[in-house]
Design a protein around this ligand. Structure first.
Ligand code: NA7
Length: 593
């Protein structure tokens, strides 16, 4: 069974636990979640008894063992720093460990969604599909961990609860869920942008007698849905990937759609071996070329306005990119993210496709996305998503006509109808970008809490550091291109910057580095300024935190261009960390470089 650290479900589990106490439930949903919760508690108790009471010291602690954490460990070792990675899951993989729902797949092409720092890894590893599935990505990360012998420095099944900066010692003091204590001079937060699942707040959910599964915590044992009525809530990437598979496997499938999204065909398939061996011969050159392109990918990027070409040519361009597959349609012209008119021309094309594919015109109209600019919410890459609605066993329940009202013992009440279900799949997304960081009680200088610093939304310098939190580095944090770039590329770029920065501190004898508050303010003003020039803020999305109740809404992904961002990073390092404060002692205004 996949062990679910209970704070992945904080409120939900508490509700279930409270209400179920004393009952002898025969209700799988409650049982499943409570058991996984208890499992973690048992583990905590068991491990707590023999956990160390003394504090272990490291030069660097890395939080998370996904793409970022593994590479961070590799780089820190290269600097000769004694490093420990702390990871909540029982294995490496990060978000690719947990998101094991059927159909889970990356929306970036495999040959681009991988590390580039090692020629050996590049040559020894071979991707089998154009878009890698979750099991294959997980295998890749396991391969990398073994190849670089990383596991011995990773503490698995351990969650960092708090990180407090000790100003007199210039050390981060970390505590884990089972009370272990660590100190470190540097802390690298590789905790991921999409790692804290979000559950829908449905009244009466604790009464539902069926099983509830979140896509980001899919059971590892095989599930037989052939006699089950399955409901899926959510039609983002996870929902749109799992729905076509469940349509084939379940007796009945009900899709609860709140907002229709723009879905594009992935045209996934095996990678041709000849193509791949040719590519491998030129891997580094191709990578360099892709990464220096405006969007950091292999996509050809249009340099004209969508409105500067004839209707006929526009349609031909969109059709070509639709046929090629993937999300490159969003790069067809250079103004698709800044002009609503241009964006509408692309969205209209996709809307036309939905109407073509879906047989029932009424169902098609409900699936047509209309409320946000295309791409302002992440487009989803799909295989047979719209086609699934042509099956007799699949039903769409759109919130525009029948919003979910509450859960009942037998199912979900939407509109005035009780829809009977045996299983409820929540493909309801994540407390993205800031969620994993804010789950940890992080306190910097003067005991100031990250939670308070970010009460109106996250503020960082270049997405890497926060004023007041010395020697704490964030990988692909808010204020960087993060989730709107090829994340592996951004991860390598950030870890390399962090490693160079630490090397600089060590070489020059500095004790701390942190963002300079005024520079941080200027950077975030720039992040806001460029975002306001685009259509991104026009959508309510997880990019802005809008999917989480009570979370401040702020679009903090840097969309000012990857080239400019790279120059800002390099410029800061070349100018010996201009815009950062460096100290040689514990005193904040000590020797400043
Ligand atoms: P997303 O993209 O956040 O999608 C979540 C979906 O769940 C989305 O359709 C939401 O509708 C829906 N949702 C969320 N809460 C509810 C409630 N309470 N009721 C009904 N529907 C709800 O998450 P994914 O996991 O699909 O993808 C996240 C990223 O992971 C993806 O972009 C890739 O980068 C990988 P809404 O649109 O908010 O109306």
């Amino acid at each position: 069974m996949v062990r679910t650290p209970h704070d992945r479900w904080p409120d939900f589990v508490q509700v279930l636990t409270r209400r179920r106490t004393g009952e002898a439930p025969n209700r799988p949903s409650a049982i499943r979640i409570i058991l996984t919760y208890r499992d973690e508690e048992l583990l905590t108790l068991k491990r707590g008894r023999d956990s160390q009471t003394s504090t272990e010291h490291f030069d660097t602690i890395v939080v998370g063992a996904g793409f970022a954490g593994l590479y961070a460990l590799h780089r820190m070792r290269g600097l000769g720093l004694d490093t420990k990675v702390i990871e909540a899951a029982p294995d490496v993989g990060g978000t690719w460990y947990w998101n094991r729902y059927p159909g889970a797949r990356c929306d970036v092409e495999s040959v681009e969604y991988c590390y580039s720092f090692s020629t050996e890894i590049d040559q020894e590893w071979s991707w089998t599909e154009r878009y890698a599935s979750q099991p294959e990505i997980l295998k890749y990360l396991q391969f990398v961990a073994d190849r670089l012998d990383l596991r011995c420095d990773i503490l698995f099944e351990t969650r960092v609860r708090s990180g407090h900066f000790n100003e007199s010692e210039n050390l981060w003091e970390l505590t884990t869920s089972i009370g272990q204590k660590f100190t470190a001079r540097y802390c690298i937060m590789a905790s991921g942008n999409l790692t804290v699942p979000s559950l829908p707040n449905i009244p009466g959910i604790e009464d539902f007698a069926g099983e509830i599964i979140h896509t980001a915590d899919w059971p590892s044992e095989p599930q037989d849905f052939s006699r089950k009525r399955v409901g899926v809530i959510g039609t983002g990437s996870s929902g749109c990937q799992v729905i076509p598979i469940l349509a084939e496997r379940a007796k009945e499938l009900v899709v609860f759609q709140r907002t229709p999204n723009h879905c594009l065909p992935a045209h996934n398939g095996p990678i041709e071996p000849e193509y791949y061996s040719r590519l491998k011969q030129r891997y580094s050159e191709l990578r360099r070329r892709w990464r220096s392109s405006p969007l950091g990918t292999s996509w050809p990027v249009g340099t004209r306005s969508a409105m500067d070409v004839s209707e006929r040519e526009r349609q031909a361009v969109y059709q070509h990119r639709w046929d090629v597959g993937g999300a490159s349609i969003v790069a067809s012209f250079d103004d698709l993210f800044i002009s609503r008119e241009a964006n509408d021309s692309m969205a209209d094309f996709v809307r036309g496709k939905v109407r073509e594919i879906v047989d029932d015109s009424d169902v098609a109209e409900q699936l047509v996305p209309a409320d946000h600019p295309m791409g302002a919410k992440r487009v989803t890459l799909v295989t047979n998503y719209y086609e699934a609605f042509n099956r007799d066993n699949v039903r769409l329940v759109a919130a525009s006509r029948a919003p979910i009202k509450h859960a009942a013992e037998d199912g979900i009440v939407a509109g005035d109808e009780l829809i009977p279900l045996d299983v409820l799949v929540c493909a309801t997304g994540f407390d993205a970008i800031t969620g994993a960081l804010l789950r940890i009680d992080i306190r910097g200088r003067d005991d100031v809490r990250l939670k308070d610093l970010w009460q109106d939304g996250p503020e960082t310098m270049l997405g890497l550091m926060v004023a007041g939190l010395p020697n704490m580095f964030i990988v692909t944090g808010p204020g960087s291109p993060s989730v709107l770039s090829n994340v592996v590329v951004s991860i390598e770029q950030h870890i390399d910057w962090i490693a160079d920065c630490i090397e600089h501190l060590e070489r020059k004898g500095f004790a701390t580095i942190e963002a300079e508050p005024a520079a941080q303010q200027r950077w975030m003003a720039h992040v806001d300024e460029v975002a306001a020039m685009t259509l991104f803020p026009q959508a309510k999305s997880w990019y802005s935190g809008d999917n989480i109740e009570g979370k401040p809404s702020r679009f903090t992904v840097y969309v000012g261009g990857l080239q400019g961002y790279r120059e800002a990073l390099e410029g800061a390092a070349e100018a010996e960390y201009r815009d950062f404060v460096l100290t040689k002692s514990s005193v904040r205004d000590g020797a400043i470089a």
